[in-house]
Ligand binder design. Structure first.
Ligand code: FAD
Length: 388
């Protein structure tokens, strides 16, 4: 027989830790076990893409070790422990060391995993990196060495653009490669993305946009050679893949919970299709919305803590502007709450405002660059919220 140990949270990212903190803030004293496949250090993931400009070493990004976290939360924290299997019928999970652990309530806060859209030759794999947690970041920083490195970043979304800016600020030679014709294509209308691209180029970042990678091979002098679909060849020391994240739903899927490619399906109470299992953060799809950002996960942690502590509380995401950390040209994007009929774009050079309007001309989302980011507060008040 397995003891049932109160609340078990899988994941010590901002979602899992945020939930445990929110519960303790409500003076909820139940037994909590947090389990992490990684080092379990408490760190703020958004800082990973600002470490070089701020001259911070990876260890300075860890706010607390797993042991300090356990102490602060009066919780058991199991690090370097992978949860292999979930069996809702017996309310147990099986850990990588074979141990079975019972739960009364289980929370999936397993985040999202980087996707590699192409095969990487085994002999070159140690030059390819994804940075999605502090352990990855430690490896990446160690590989960057002291010398200025030539780095290709594949993918020009938020993570790719932020690392492009940060690696550039750290003195490295950066080339940004992506199939879209402008950076941040999913967050910004084209003219604003192009403004960010110009700011990058003016600073000396090379752009290879509208380009796909077609071949990877060994180059001269220990370099990696990347061939693009226009036959251009890049010789680089390291490649950073920023090609998107997919919610880690495998555990829930194998256990028979409802999932989709957008995450573990949960309601506004963050409850999955099993009444004893909840999900929040990057892994959760809340009534059709998977918001892989900090503000929605903080709102989720607060609401779920209240629910678990006895006051059923639906999550609302509230106003939710995304601040892209590209000091070469500051960017704010506010994801449209409804489909955009047309973008009204004003401004020139790097200072631009784009207002997304629905059929009736109502503001449903916006994007700002340069000096116009000042309008963030005023426009956030005027725009409707997702999951209000
Ligand atoms: P994660 O932090 O991914 O945590 C998942 C946890 O689950 C980990 O502890 C992992 O080890 C564990 N785990 C997974 N599977 C298992 C298993 N089977 N067994 C045991 N443990 C498991 N958002 C913003 O709002 N603003 C920003 O400026 C911003 N900047 C970002 C910059 C970068 C470089 C990145 C990558 C993301 C950024 N984001 C930003 C997004 C934001 O950081 C994420 O939405 C958030 O950190 C996700 O937290 P999480 O706890 O859901 O997942």
């Amino acid at each position: 027989a397995t003891d049932h140990t109160g609340l078990v949270i899988i994941g010590t990212g901002m979602a899992g830790v945020g939930l445990a903190r929110a519960l303790r803030r409500l003076n909820d004293r139940r037994a909590i076990t947090l389990i992490s496949a990684d080092s379990g250090d408490d760190y703020s993931k958004p800082l990973l893409s600002t470490g070089l400009a701020k001259r911070l070493l990876p260890d300075q990004l860890a706010q607390r070790s797993a042991a300090m976290l356990a102490d602060e939360l009066d919780a058991r924290v199991m690090r370097h422990t992978h949860v292999e299997q979930l069996t809702p019928a017996t309310r147990t999970i099986r850990l990588s060391d074979g141990q079975l652990l019972g739960y009364d309530t289980l929370v999936l806060a397993t985040g999202a995993a980087p996707q590699a859209p192409f095969a990487i030759p085994e002999s070159l794999s140690r030059r390819f990196f994804t940075v999605n947690d502090l352990d990855d970041y430690r490896r990446f920083r160690a590989a960057l060495d002291e010398r200025p490195a030539r780095v290709a970043i594949i993918g020009a979304g938020l993570v790719g653009c932020e690392f492009a800016n940060d690696l550039h600020a750290g003195g490295h030679q950066v080339t940004l490669v992506a199939p879209e014709s402008a950076p941040l294509a999913r967050l910004l209308p084209e003219p604003l993305g192009a403004a960010l691209g110009s700011a990058f180029q003016d600073a000396g970042i090379q752009l290879a946009l509208g380009r796909k990678l077609v071949d990877i091979s060994a180059g001269s002098d220990n370099a990696v050679r990347l061939t693009l679909d226009d036959h251009a060849i890049l010789e680089v020391d390291l490649v950073l893949l920023a090609t998107g994240l997919a919610p880690r739903t495998a555990l829930a899927d194998a256990a028979g919970l409802d999932i989709s490619r957008y995450g573990v399906t949960v309601d506004r109470y963050l409850r999955s299709s099993n009444p004893h299992i909840y999900a929040l953060g990057d892994v959760a799809c809340v009534t059709g919305v998977n918001a892989m950002y900090v503000q929605p996960l903080q709102a989720s942690a607060k609401a779920l803590a209240a629910t678990l502590a006895g006051t059923p509380t639906q999550v609302s995401f509230g106003a939710w502007p995304i601040i892209v950390k590209t000091p070469l040209l500051p960017v704010v994007a506010y994801p449209p709450a409804a489909s955009v009929e047309r973008w009204r774009i004003e401004g020139e050079g790097g200072d631009m405002t784009a207002l997304g309007e629905d059929k009736q001309g109502n503001l449903v989302g916006f994007a700002l660059t340069g000096g116009c980011v000042r309008r963030k507060v005023e426009l956030s008040r005027a725009a409707p919220v997702l999951l209000g």
